[in-house]
Design a binder for this molecule. Structure first.
Ligand SMILES: [Zn+2]
Length: 289
């Protein structure tokens, strides 16, 4: 590997080496990432595999029937804050999955478009939900300069193979003053710290625990600091940053015992007191021209 995928630095430290790959922290920009980022043909193949996209986590987006079941409450919260920062106009949902968020945004008065790498998922959004969804990457979609008033990345940035390039492209297609919403995991959460502590206490034997934190499809693990640094570098200013619940029970892609779910919920709730919850909403504004 040629260096940090975010800043290019050659200096990094290993956080853990698990069967699903080594996780490192850049000693310059502090970003945590998979030492061998899933990219290229392998990256594309991953999202064309129906089994990957039909785990309960993703299927919730396909159903989207109950407004009380995740991810709908999370979407609703983001949408509400978004509308406070920028009145509804053209919105692009990058990695829109089956289109549940697009439907919600449309109802709230946004003119919505989506891009989705997973072909059959995009097809569902187009055919079953009658949404304007492009199959492929946002780079391939090649939207005009300054086109969108808002862009959303729900649980997407951690999957990207080149976040710097993708964010630059998103910045290009946004209007001056437009808002980017990034929803992702907080690497500096109390839950993650406790996880690492338990892993060290197990003398690096509890690998299963680390595979929960460093899920195989995730390449990047940002903190409030590292995501803010990256977004600023690409040309955004941070408008707001809020925390959200871990919802560990919702992971369900990998088996988690009920005891571990209960423990995680307690830790995540305690994290509220010190602003170190597991999920974060970052609202960034494209600097007005
Ligand atoms: Zn770096």
């Amino acid at each position: 590997m040629a260096g940090c995928y975010i800043c290019g630095s050659e200096r990094s430290r290993s956080l853990c080496e698990i069967p699903t790959g080594a996780i490192v922290r850049c000693l310059d920009c502090q970003t945590v990432y998979r030492a061998a980022v899933v990219a290229g043909a392998e990256y594309n193949r991953l999202y064309q595999n129906q089994a990957t996209m039909e785990t309960p986590f993703y299927l919730a987006n396909k159903m989207a029937a109950n407004p009380n079941i995740e991810p709908m409450p999370t979407f609703a919260r983001g949408l509400k804050r978004l509308a406070q920062l920028r009145p509804p106009g053209r919105l692009l949902d990058v990695g829109c999955s089956y289109g549940a968020f697009m439907v919600m945004a449309q109802k709230a008065g946004w003119n919505v478009a989506g891009v989705e790498l997973s072909n059959f998922t995009a097809q569902f959004a187009r055919e079953e939900r009658r949404l304007d969804v492009y199959s492929g990457t946002v780079e391939q979609a090649a939207y005009p300069d300054g086109h969108f008033d808002a862009v959303t990345l729900w649980d997407v940035i951690e999957h990207l193979d080149n976040p710097v390039a993708t964010l630059k492209e998103i910045h290009r297609i946004m209007a001056p003053g437009a808002i980017l919403l990034v929803f992702t995991i907080n690497q500096e959460s109390l839950l993650t710290s406790v996880g690492h502590m338990l892993y060290r206490l197990s003398l690096s034997r509890w690998e299963h625990l680390m595979t929960l934190f460093y899920y195989i499809h995730h390449n990047f693990f940002f903190s409030p600091r590292t995501i803010s640094t990256l977004l600023t570098r690409v040309g955004f200013e941070i408008a707001d940053l809020q925390f959200g619940a871990a919802n560990v029970a919702r992971w369900r892609i990998v088996p988690i015992s009920p005891l571990m779910i209960a423990g995680s919920n307690v830790i995540d709730l305690l994290a509220t007191l010190i602003n170190r919850r597991y999920r974060m909403f970052i609202y960034a504004r494209k600097t007005p021209a």
